[in-house]
Ligand binder design. Sequence first.
Ligand code: BEZ
Length: 211
Amino acid sequence: MAIRLGDLAPDFSAETTEGTIQFHEWLGDNWGILFSHPKDFTPVCTTELGTVAKMQEEFAKRNTRVLAVSVDTVADHHEWIKDINETQETTMNYPVIADPDRRVANLYDMIHPNANDTLTVRSVFFIGPDKKVKATLTYPAATGRNFDELLRVLESLQLTANHQVATPANWKNGEDCIVVPSIPNEEIAEKFPKGHTIIKPYLRTTPQPDI
Ligand code: BEZ
């Protein structure tokens, strides 16, 4: 069954390149990003895993643990990681789940049979500290993801979880935000002391509140 926003992220135990993990316990109080790769030793996936290794520190700074899943064995993953480190000029620094029986892939509905009946699509699940799914993305095998966009989404999710704002189209960290519609105009000044602009009664902006 499809996993929808607000659902509890299914827990599982799995072998990874960094040992066995129990997913919820491994997440602890952090945010998590679980993302799938169609297969080991494939070109797009190689660039994606290397890109995330280079960005891992940025995710860690935002209290976020990253976890990849691919439908091959731990032994295959370790061989592939040698290639990733060499070709992407990085050192892998986060776990990759070995999912040869597709247990995790099926649990998270990552196999879309009309696209491919054995390999996963490129799924991304953003999971909050409450273990609930906050955002998902799905790309086909031939389209590598933009991990700067994943970081941007994470920043928006973390901001909007703690402040009564939404982020507009193409928002980047540090830019003005939108005051959520549930706040009446007369309460904005008190709630957003940095100031605000009323462009339309339903379109009110304020400087990003957490910086
Ligand atoms: C890739 O990662 O390069 C890839 C995987 C499966 C199908 C097409 C491309």
